[in-house]
Write a protein that binds this ligand. Structure first.
Ligand code: GLU
Length: 475
């Protein structure tokens, strides 16, 4: 049997991080067994579904690399198929028309509550052998109800939660199509899972209670129910329901925060799943190792600090080819043109030890691609004083003469200037940093100048020397 999984979001809100984790688990499980993974947009709730949310789902999935093995699937494009199955069920007697009005149903519910019973449909239109059904009222468009088996139980052998038994009499006859013919949520899911040959349904555990109903409908259709894996929810770091404050953000907001897709996936895969004490996984390792035996049945806690930790670890070792396009995007977000400076891979290599995210890296690397508009006030007050003028002049002189614009040669000039002026290396390096980057933090100075290039370096040193000459003498 070839594994087929699906991620079936309803486009009613933004694609948040919990949804991305469900998608990831579905994707990994399919890939682990050489199977297929599909993305299905459950947009039958037309009032609450929006195009913005649909776009966000595709954008997020694409960015994470969790792309479907099939063309886009929308439930709203499958209404003919749902109608066909409903007609089949009516003909087979596994579904029936119910003409009960809203008022009748409300009264039924009120009576049950008065008797302290659980509200449920009482089966008044349910056909049974020898039962006389009421005469259908005129002008009423009936709903279609599923004729749920009344005896026995439904056993859900959940791959994460274990065995859950539901008694059939807890399940009343579910409406599968409304009076206007629009099929209902649980029904569409069932027809899709059947038609698409889904072998493993991996989804949030808020769907556990839908599962026995879905299993019964599948059985009534003669289909073999898939296996189910209900993933526990994600809580905030304080144990409360995950909210924006804890990091329940849209997937693309993590991009804006400077995470790489691989780092996010790595963080997410460990949210509820473990493989010994391994924390860092490549995509290939995740695929090779993911299993349900090690997915926890209890809720995972979202921990932003850990996400940053993973991000940093990732940046330090990541394949440059994967990081360069993301870094390019961040620089553009900051309004600089990555073509106006050194190769991005070279800058990443210099910066990645000191940056936890690409956002931070882009902020700290902007100066390679755009001129320094102003100096950090504190840093300039400390390092671009009158005392810096001879330092900067000597550097300009030494560097102008340099024929070989390489880190080693640059290093030698900086050293020579420190020696000549009787200064510590830092007293030379710090004014250079402020001069070329605007602030007193940068990668090693020789690397920084090499990457920045001769022309920009000399121009910025000259501008800083002029600035320092005007400033008040150092206290
Ligand atoms: N559309 C449902 C949701 O977004 C998921 C349904 C399912 O996975 O079966 O919660």
């Amino acid at each position: 049997m070839s594994v087929v999984t699906r991620f079936a979001p309803s486009p009613t809100g933004f694609l948040h991080i919990g949804g991305a984790r469900t998608a990831l688990f579905s994707y990994l499980y399919a890939k682990r067994f050489g199977g297929k993974y599909l993305l299905r947009i459950e947009d039958t709730d037309r009032e609450r579904s929006t195009q913005v949310a649909v776009d966000a789902i595709f954008e997020g999935m694409k960015w994470l690399g969790l792309t479907s093995d099939f063309p886009e699937i929308y439930q709203t494009q499958r209404f003919d198929r749902y109608a066909e199955v409903i007609a089949q069920m009516l003909a087979a007697g596994t579904a029936y028309h119910c003409y009960a009005s809203r008022e009748e149903l409300d009264a039924m519910r009120a009576e049950q509550q008065a008797r302290k019973e659980k509200p449920r449909y009482d089966g008044r239109w349910r056909p049974e052998q020898g039962k006389l059904l009421p005469t259908p009222p005129e002008g009423v468009k009936p709903v279609v109800r599923f004729k749920n088996p009344q005896e026995g139980e439904v056993v859900l052998d959940d791959l994460i939660k274990g065995k859950i038994v539901f008694s059939s009499d807890e399940l009343d006859d579910l409406i599968i199509a409304r009076g206007d013919g629009v099929p209902t949520y649980n029904f569409c899911v069932v027809v899709d899972d059947m038609d698409m040959g889904i072998t493993h349904v991996i989804r949030g555990d808020d769907h556990v209670n839908n599962t026995p109903r879905q299993i019964n409908i599948l059985k009534a259709l003669g289909a073999t129910p898939p296996q189910y894996a209900h993933v526990s929810m994600i809580l905030g770091s304080d144990g409360a329901k995950l909210s924006k404050r804890h990091g329940a953000l849209g997937v693309m907001e993590y991009r804006a925060m400077g995470f790489t897709p691989d780092a996010i996936l790595n963080y997410l895969v460990r949210l509820g799943w473990s493989h010994g004490d391994q924390e860092l996984f490549t995509r290939e390792e995740m695929i090779a190792k993911f299993d349900f035996e090690h997915v926890s049945a209890s809720p995972a806690r979202f921990d932003m600090e850990k996400a940053y930790w993973v991000s940093h670890k990732y940046l330090k070792t990541a394949d440059l080819a994967a990081v360069v396009p993301e870094f390019d995007w961040h620089l553009r977000q900051q309004g600089v043109d990555p073509a106006n400076g050194p190769a991005l891979a070279d800058v990443i290599v210099q910066q990645r030890e000191r940056c936890r995210t690409l956002l931070e890296m882009a902020e700290k690397s902007k100066f390679f691609y755009a001129s320094v508009e102003s100096y950090n006030e504190k840093d300039a007050a400390k390092h671009l004083t009158a005392k810096a003028v001879p330092v900067l002049s000597a550097l300009i002189e030494g560097l102008t003469e340099l024929s070989d614009w390489q880190a080693e040669a640059i290093h030698a000039v900086v050293h020579a200037v420190a020696e000549k002026l009787g200064l510590k290396l830092g007293d030379v390096a710090q004014p250079i940093r402020v001069a070329v980057s605007g602030a007193a933090v940068s990668p090693p100075i020789d690397q920084t100048l090499m990457l920045l290039g001769r022309t920009a370096t000399l121009a910025r040193l000259a501008a800083a020397a002029a600035y320092a000459a005007q400033s008040a003498p150092a206290a």
